[in-house]
Design a protein around this ligand. Structure first.
Ligand SMILES: [Zn+2]
Length: 311
């Protein structure tokens, strides 16, 4: 057996025993012998500066939203079956809620401007403007060149969770969505009920052409995630969500939404397969009765002139 063949066989053996494979990445460089400069510590001690000034964001007017949500009337409801997705429309000024109903289950949410699917939820900028995990008072921002709040979170029954001892929290905008490409690459298997595929089917059922190109990175509703403290790798753990919990949004613009009930269930162990116990989710669209919204004008698209320094 050549060294080359040995390495291949050793690699195969390790790949079948994932629990024995070190989870660490070879990253840490600490001493001059490792290539660190003499002033490495001083360079590391520079203060962290919040990159985007949150005091310049449009304020979350809690009393406005609280008044607007008094006496809400349900106008639409859809159940999202496990390992599937459903779409729904929300008129501007209405609310929508994502409910945990029968058991702990996470969901992957996509949002578009109803009249223009090119304007869609932008997880990366939302993450930079707010945080890795969202809760009441945070906005879901749309992509360039629109960059405006599409929805605002107005109630989060899991707000009590905060940050746990592992640095994890719920409702992240870090992870993307489970997808069949990564699954094929990592496990050599085809699985057709990842959230990415579920969202494609939900859009295709509406007659949207080229549905896949419209599916984008998600808000991981109810999912509990973080980064390991030593290697900074993305991790998930059992969601704290229970039946009765819900996340509520105010639609700042006319929205098309799609929600997938992830094949990972509560994401306590795996995703992208049929091993996890899964439950449905429920989406409710709620019409406001309050006079609070009379004369309300929703957010306009970003006013940047769009020249980019081009002639
Ligand atoms: Zn998923």
């Amino acid at each position: 057996m050549s060294a080359h063949h040995f390495l291949i066989l050793a690699g195969l053996a390790l790949s079948t025993l994932p629990c024995l494979v070190p989870m660490k990445r070879p990253r840490d460089v600490a001493s001059p012998a490792d290539g660190a400069p003499a002033d490495a510590d001083a360079r590391r001690r520079q203060p962290a500066v919040i990159a985007y000034r949150v005091d310049l964001l449009p304020k979350y007017d809690a009393s406005f939203y609280e008044r607007a949500r008094v006496g809400l009337k349900k106008s639409f409801e859809v159940e999202v079956p496990p390992r599937a997705a459903r779409s729904f429309e929300v008129p501007r000024g209405h609310f929508f809620r994502i409910h945990c109903v029968d058991g702990p289950q996470v969901g992957d949410l996509n949002l578009w401007c109803l009249d223009n699917l090119e304007e869609r939820f932008y997880t990366g900028k939302t993450r930079q403007l707010h945080a890795t995990h969202l809760t009441k008072g945070d906005r879901l921002w749309s992509c360039f060149p629109f960059l405006r709040p599409m929805a605002t979170i107005t109630h989060d029954s899991l707000q009590w969770y905060g940050w746990d001892q592992d640095g994890a929290s719920v409702h992240d905008v870090i992870g993307t969505r489970c997808d069949p490409y990564s699954n094929r690459m990592l496990r050599g298997e085809d699985y057709d009920h990842c959230c990415h595929s579920n969202l494609i089917r939900a859009l295709a059922e509406r007659g949207v052409a080229d549905a896949e190109k419209h599916v984008h990175d998600v808000l991981n509703v109810f999912m509990c995630t973080g980064f390991t403290k030593d290697t900074h790798q993305y991790f998930m753990k059992a969601s704290p969500v229970r039946p009765g919990d819900f996340l509520e949004f105010f639609a700042e613009i006319d929205l098309l939404g799609a929600l997938s009930a992830c094949p990972g269930g509560d994401t306590s162990a795996s995703h992208s397969d049929d091993t996890q116990r899964c439950f449905p989710l429920k989406v409710e669209v709620l019409e406001p009765c309050s006079k609070e919204l009379e004369g309300w004008i929703g957010p306009q698209v970003c006013g940047y002139a769009g020249k980019h320094g081009l002639a």
